[in-house]
Design a protein around this ligand. Structure first.
Ligand code: SAH
Length: 352
């Protein structure tokens, strides 16, 4: 049993069941025992691998996309270059390397990283030691100036509530105790105003997920883009609507029961991009597969260029990384990209 399992059992015994969102929040960000609060989870030795950790090409394409969008909006002389949930800082380092040759881009950019984990802030500080970087806990720290922002696999780490439809309304999925152990249960049925619009496309027994923190992210980022210009790229796994129970636990690259080891496994849920699009007070792009997006930005030409300097095992792994990022059987279709941009347009390159 993990330390956090004991803490949660005592809390539930004292004050009753907690929601899935409360459970996820404790597992991910409990100050002492939370998954992100206590470790650097990425890579072969960790629990999962993300696109920027697979190949430098991912960050290079994102960098070119952001810089071209900045040029398309008249290259404002001062802007915020922000990332939410920057992990090891690899994506931002690749963005900065790829955009070094864009005249004026670095000079105009103030770097802002929104990161909750002190352990990962330390890793980011080392990765980005060559640059002047500010950290923030919250998006409310965004300055009043144009904003170019990226968030890769951030929204999937935000806690979701789960509701099961029943004949009389919705029952909320809860983490309760059964025989002293953590166990999933359901609240009493109640009408939920938030889910009124899902009555049309669900049937009794279906599960719907709601991510309460997602809409405020799109609202805050979108308001800065509406008022000052810029663009935001949200890249994650998911779809246009939330579909059933998608909460999963990953530990040492293997799926496990979400209640098995609280605080020791990564918990994520599919991203419902419709929530982000509807909440943003500015234009949003068509939801675009990661593979198509990267291909439009020229990843194949970049892959060929890098390949000329490689041979043997390094070349094999480079070819596999390109495939992994773009192929529909790998991350190409499962992962999607949504851009926010000013109503006057244009959308960033890579989107229609
Ligand atoms: N973008 C990185 C990391 C993705 S993992 C990559 O692609 O490799 C999720 C990241 O979001 C981690 O850096 C984690 O610490 C951070 N994070 C999770 N919840 C957060 C929150 N509520 N506020 C700020 N950062 C958070």
């Amino acid at each position: 049993m993990t330390a956090l399992a004991g803490i949660l059992q005592a809390r539930i015994a004292a004050t009753g069941p907690i929601t899935m969102a409360q459970y996820m929040a404790e597992c991910l960000l409990h100050p002492e025992h939370g998954y992100y609060s206590t470790r650097d989870p990425f890579g072969v030795a960790g629990d999962f691998t993300t696109a920027p950790e697979i190949s430098q090409m991912f960050g290079e394409m994102i960098g070119l996309c952001l810089a071209q969008s900045w040029l398309d909006q008249g290259a404002p002389a001062a802007f915020t270059l922000a990332e939410i949930g920057p992990g090891r800082g690899t994506l931002m380092a690749d963005i900065l390397r790829a955009t070094k040759a864009v005249p004026g881009f670095h000079a105009a950019a103030s770097l802002l990283l929104v990161e909750a984990s002190p352990v990962l802030r330390d890793v980011q500080r080392k990765t980005l030691a060559a640059y002047e970087v500010q950290w923030a806990d919250e998006l409310s720290a965004l300055p009043d100036q144009p904003l170019w922002l990226v968030a890769n696999e951030f929204i999937d780490a935000l806690p979701v509530r789960q509701f099961q439809r029943d004949a009389h309304g919705w029952r909320e999925v809860q983490v309760a105790l059964k025989g002293g152990e953590l166990s999933l249960g359901l609240s009493a049925a109640a009408p939920i105003a938030l889910l009124q619009h899902r009555l049309a496309d669900t049937r009794p027994g279906d599960i719907v997920e709601v991510c309460p923190a997602a809409a405020p992210v799109a609202e805050q980022v979108g308001a800065v883009i509406r008022d000052h210009g810029g663009a935001a790229l949200f890249i994650d796994y998911g779809g246009w609507h939330s579909v059933g129970d998608t909460v999963q636990a990953l530990r040492a690259h293997k799926m496990e029961d979400i209640l098995a080891s609280p605080g020791e496994a990564d918990l994520t849920a599919h991203v419902d991009f419709e929530t982000l699009a509807l909440a943003a007070p500015c234009a949003h792009s068509v939801l675009t597969g990661q593979g198509v997006f990267l291909e439009r930005l020229g990843i194949t030409a970049r892959a060929q260029c890098l390949a000329t300097k490689l041979s043997g095992a390094a070349l094999e792994s480079h070819i596999a990384a390109h495939r992994r990022l773009t192929h529909p059987d790998e991350m190409g279709s499962l992962f999607k990209t949504l851009a926010l941009y000013p109503d006057a347009g244009p959308p960033p390159p890579g989107f229609e």
